[in-house]
Design a protein around this ligand. Structure first.
Ligand SMILES: NC(=O)c1ccc[n+]([C@@H]2O[C@H](COP(=O)([O-])OP(=O)(O)OC[C@H]3O[C@@H](n4cnc5c(N)ncnc54)[C@H](OP(=O)(O)O)[C@@H]3O)[C@@H](O)[C@H]2O)c1
Length: 468
């Protein structure tokens, strides 16, 4: 089957053609009888209500063993979990806190997933907002719809990818990562597409347009995925975008202005909306029915569909690349420039402490995204990583730490990500760090500048001249 990137772009008008097809013509694809998710673990963000809740229920109906409801309100999450447990007492249903407008909350959630889940088969990134009013997330300075639906969702996707890869089912079945999208992306006007830089242009209250901001938040994810899938193997994690179509009876439209607008939405939903059950079946289709053929694809009405036509144009390619670069730059710092020093202190190690598997971890992260193709770049990335790790040792001993610049923003992001995973000091870890430093520095100690005594003993006598 041909993926979204290789399909011909569709120029069918969204209203009425695409909308009419989605709402009235397309037929749900339910999992085949006998499909079982027994033994599997799934995460659903925003699983306390609406489509996320319904998707959780449908996965449990397929014998899912463990469901993590990742929610911003633990109270609401517990109420939803209680309802699900009554229907599925045999499954484990957990409620874990996740505030999608906070980078530290997302990082803490990913860390918890990594440290507490023995297994992870699928993650559905469903949490999302639609706002009628311009709102800014104070901790990042970004407009809320773009923050939650796009920037934070991409950060969570990037943090979960390596975890999904390592904690998927034994036996090699790929894990699944599905990001919830919207068919409305096909109607995107994207008025600020030429803004440079692009992402901050969404934070201008003067250009806020509720509908376009919501559509753009989902379109940006299409653009990010376009590049992301080049760095993720479908053998490890199948990543895709799924649209539930227009669904009635959820809480998405929360702050419509006035009773007339509320009544209009209700009537529009009642006459044209899918039920949450049918809408959420698109999520289940993406993570259960679809396989590698849907990797990197936009799934609409249970089928692989082209992305918005703009992505296929030369102009769209330029914007897509800009979206990728700007997003990695934003997430590379994980909002660092806007965060308080306290946040920074919490997320970065204060001293050069390293777990035994930290270098493995960074290598995994690097190969995960295939950030490095040329051997030159490999060397630079590893040198930059070792500089990050050993910097505090040099500083502590009054020396200027060496700083090798990362060859690209993606590598800088991977290193930053790895650094947030490192905590706790062990002898094994320190040995690894020392070895890496010695390799980098021609066997000289980063602190004293002298040849390491162990290395000295191993050197052929002729090479020992001039050593300290
Ligand atoms: N309904 C539709 O017609 C439709 C169509 C296309 C796409 N979608 C997409 O489908 C997804 C689910 O929408 P829905 O219709 O089910 O809406 P919903 O009923 O409002 O559910 C949204 C979920 O996201 C959570 N959420 C919102 N902001 C969050 C934040 N900052 N941190 C953590 N969680 C947050 C909400 O938590 P709280 O309950 O605590 O607020 C809720 O659990 C969204 O991504 C939406 O864009 C919906």
């Amino acid at each position: 089957m041909v993926g979204s990137k290789d399909l011909e772009p569709s120029h069918a008008p969204f209203f009425p053609n695409v909308f009419f097809h989605n709402q009235f013509r397309a037929k749900p694809q339910w999992p085949a009888p006998g499909t079982s998710l027994s033994g599997k673990t799934a995460i659903i963000t925003g699983g306390n209500t609406g489509l996320g809740y319904e998707a959780g229920l449908q996965l449990l109906d397929l014998d899912l063993s463990r469901l993590i409801l990742a929610v911003r309100s633990v109270e609401k999450g517990k109420a939803a979990a209680a309802k699900l447990r009554r229907l599925h007492p045999e499954s484990t249903i957990d409620v874990w806190e996740l505030e999608m407008s906070s980078y530290p909350s997302i990082q803490a959630f990913a860390k918890r997933v990594d440290s507490q889940l023995p297994r992870l088969d699928m993650a559905i990134l469903n949490a999302g907002v639609m706002r009628f009013n311009f709102q800014v997330v104070a901790s990042t300075g970004h407009e809320e719809i773009i923050q939650v639906n796009y920037l934070s969702t991409m950060l969570l996707a990037l943090l979960l990818l390596p975890i999904l890869k390592t904690k998927r089912a034994p036996g090699g079945e790929p894990a699944r990562l599905t990001i919830i999208s919207a068919a409305l992306t096909l109607s995107a006007k994207f008025p600020n597409r030429d803004a440079t830089p692009l992402l901050p242009s969404f934070d201008d209250p003067g250009t806020f347009d509720r509908q376009e901001h919501y559509i753009s938040s989902k379109l940006l994810a299409h653009m990010f995925l376009w590049n992301l899938v080049d760095h993720v193997s479908a053998d490890d994690v199948i990543v895709n975008l799924a649209d539930p179509a227009w669904v009635k009876g959820t809480e998405l439209i929360r702050d419509p202005r006035g009773p007339a607008v509320r009544a209009a939405f209700k009537l529009f939903g009642a006459t044209t909306g899918r039920t949450p059950r049918v809408g959420a079946s698109c999520y289940v289709d993406a993570v259960v029915n679809k396989g590698k053929e849907a990797h990197g694809c936009f799934l609409m009405s249970w089928r692989v569909h082209p992305f918005a036509a703009v992505l296929y144009t030369p102009e769209g390619r330029v914007v897509t690349q800009r979206v990728w670069d700007e997003t990695l730059a934003e997430l590379g710092f994980a909002g660092k420039s806007r965060r308080t020093q306290d946040d920074l202190d919490r997320s970065l190690p204060a001293s050069p402490i390293i777990q035994p598997n930290a270098i493995d971890h960074v290598n995994n992260v690097l190969s995960e995204y295939q950030l490095i193709h040329a051997s030159d770049d490999t060397a630079k990335v590893l040198r930059a990583f070792v500089d990050h790790l050993s910097g505090p040792v040099a500083t502590a001993s009054g020396k200027q730490p060496p700083i090798t610049p990362s060859p690209n923003q993606s590598a800088a992001f991977a290193i930053e990500l790895a650094m947030t995973q490192i905590e706790g000091s062990t002898r094994g870890g320190q040995k690894l760090l020392k070895e890496a430093c010695l390799r980098r520095d021609g066997k000289r100690c980063a602190v004293s500048g002298l040849i390491d005594s162990e290395a000295y003993k191993m050197m052929p006598p002729g090479e020992r001249r001039g050593t300290g």
